[in-house]
Each structure stands twice: as C-alpha cells, then as structure tokens.
Design a protein around this ligand. Structure first.
Ligand code: BV8
Ligand code: ZN
Length: 257
C-alpha cells in the first residue's frame, strides 16, 4: 500500500470528527460528466453559461433542455465504489459529515444502497450545498416537487409550471450568482470547524463558498486529505494529496476505518 494511502488511513483512523467534501470527480466513474473536464462541455457550451439565473431569464427553454438532458443521463448512472465507501463511513463512524457540491443525488442513492436493516440511511445523506437536480422548485412561490421527466422544451408554453401559482418551475439547484441555503452551508462550515480531518474528493476547489470547507478545517488546526486526478489549489496545504481515481482510492483509504 502506498505511503500516501497508509498516511491517509492513519490520519482518518485517529480522527474523532471527519468532514468530507465531494465534487464532480466523485461521480465521474458513474458516467456523470464533470464541469471543467473534457466531458463537461455540452454542445460546446460551458456549464457556467447555462447554470445561472440570467441564462434562465434569457432562454428558459435552452436551460431546461440542458437539465432535461442531464436528468436523462442520470437515470442511467449508479453510485460507484467511492459513493458506497463514503456512505459506509458516514453510517458506521459517528462524527462524520458528508458535504457535496454535486446535484446528482448519487450520495443519497449510495446511502439507501448500503444501509443495513437496522441503520438509518439518513446518517449518510449529504449536505447538498448546491441543491439537487432531481427536484423542481417553483420560481414564484418556491414550492419543491419531485423533478419532472420528459420535459417538452420545444416552446415556452410547454415548459413546466407550478400547479399552485402558475409560475415557471426550475431545477432545485443553486446557480452561479445565487446564494446558497444559509442553513446548509452554515451546517457545512460548522462541521468543517469541528473536524480533525477534511477529506476532499474530486473537486477542482474553485467554486466558492463550498471550496472554503477544507480551508476552515485547516484554519481550525485540522488536516486536509485530498483525492484527485490532478493538483488543485488545496494541494499545497493538504497533509496528504493522493493522485488517482476516487473509485480506486476512496475504498482503499476507507477500508476498515
Ligand atoms: C455565490 C449547481 C453569492 C448547478 C453549481 C471570483 C472568485 C471567487 C468566487 C467568485 C468569483 N466570481 C464569482 C464567484 C462566485 C461563484 C464562484 O465561485 N465562481 C467560480 C467559478 C469562480 N460562486 C457562486 O456564484 C455561488 N454563489 O457566491 O453567491 C451571493 C450571496 C448572497 C446573495 C446572492 C449571491 C454559487 C455557486 C454554485 C454554482 N452551482 N452547481 C448545476 O450543477 O447545474 S457549481 C458546479 O461547480 C457544480 O456543483 C460542481 O460540483 C461545482 C464545482 O465543480 P467541481 O465539483 O469541483 O467539478 P470540476 O469539474 O470543476 O472538478 C472535478 C475535479 O475532479 C477535477 O479536479 C478533476 O481532475 C477531478 N476528477 C475527475 N475525475 C475524477 C476526478 N478525481 C477523482 N476521480 C475521478 N474519477
Ligand atoms: Zn408556485
């Protein structure tokens, strides 16, 4: 076993409180395109161009076409070994908090998949700081509903509307330029402050305020462990930075912790 993995296992094994921050890289091996990797492009458009209230106001049909395509994609994807190992950690290790930037719902599905009869899967549900793409939210009254599939984005008239107030529905995610739910990001920061270790998996660590989570642990005297294909702005302050795929490294680092 590499020195890095051994060191990471030791730091995590000694920890009382662990906060985990995941990004798109943890879902890459489930077939979900990452944001900034090659697969992140969609019809040569950048996600940042489409994931914004301005884009939705300008062309709701295009934004719904993008999310409808992503939802369709997701229905073919399943949690991978990294999601399952993280769910097991959260279910078996008190003091563990999962925080995800992802909106794909795969951590939830992993919790449901690994929870034993006597375990409550909710212990492994992540704090979803950017919301969840499989839910809809009314742009008028804020009502949340299960995400519609097979959306007809051919005209504005066929776009989904709220049964309560008639305003247009939108995916229940946080777009660029929108505030995160204070309760969710607040709980993430509290967990980061109390954590002895922040395990960061598959994020380029460029999107704020989510990317502050490891910095808060580090500033509070905790250690940062990073698992990523490439170096990131976190690498220089990480106690251990492991290069490789989440699907291989997360189960190796967490086995028996
Ligand atoms: C806000 C939901 C204020 C939508 C998303 C300048 C400087 C600093 C900040 C800003 C700035 N200008 C603007 C800002 C703020 C902005 C921001 O941070 N912009 C960045 C781009 C500079 N932030 C915001 O706008 C946030 N809101 O600040 O509000 C405010 C306050 C009050 C009132 C009003 C407003 C909101 C940000 C949320 C945006 N929504 N998603 C959707 O998904 O449709 S963010 C989006 O990026 C996804 O959630 C994604 O998860 C997230 C971060 O990306 P990553 O997860 O890191 O993914 P990425 O592809 O980048 O990296 C993947 C990594 O994995 C790579 O390193 C890769 O090498 C690695 N990898 C790949 N495969 C694997 C792997 N690793 C391991 N194994 C593998 N197999
Ligand atoms: Zn409504």
């Amino acid at each position: 076993m590499s020195g890095g993995i051994e060191r990471a296992r030791q730091v995590l094994g000694d920890a009382e409180h662990i906060v985990v921050l995941t990004g798109a890289g943890v879902s890459a091996e489930s077939g979900v395109p990452t944001f900034r990797g090659a697969g992140g492009l969609w019809r040569s458009r950048r996600p940042e161009e489409l994931a914004s209230p301005e884009a939705f106001a300008r062309d709701p049909r295009l934004v719904w076409e993008w999310y409808s395509w992503r939802r369709g994609f997701l229905s073919e994807c399943a949690p991978n070994g990294a999601h399952l190992a993280l769910a097991k950690l959260a279910l078996t290790r008190d003091g563990t908090t999962l925080v995800t930037q992802n909106v794909d719902g795969l951590h939830h599905r992993a919790a449901e998949a690994v929870a034993l009869e006597e375990e409550d899967p909710a212990a492994a549900y992540p704090l979803e700081v950017h919301g969840a793409m499989h839910r809809d939210r009314c742009s008028g009254c804020g009502r949340r509903t299960a995400g519609l599939s097979g959306i007809d984005a051919s005209t504005e008239e066929t776009l989904p509307r709220c049964e309560g107030c008639g305003a247009m529905l939108r995916p229940d995610v946080v777009w660029f330029g929108e505030a995160l739910d204070p309760a969710v990001i607040g709980a993430s920061f509290t967990a980061a402050r109390h954590a002895d270790v922040c395990l960061v998996v598959g994020t380029s660590a460029v999107v704020y305020p989510a990317a502050s989570v490891p910095a808060i642990t580090h500033r509070s005297g905790g250690a940062v462990i990073e698992i990523n294909l490439e170096p990131t702005p976190l690498t220089s302050t990480a106690a251990v930075s492991l290069r490789g795929t989440a699907g291989a490294l997360v189960p190796a680092v967490l086995a028996g912790i």
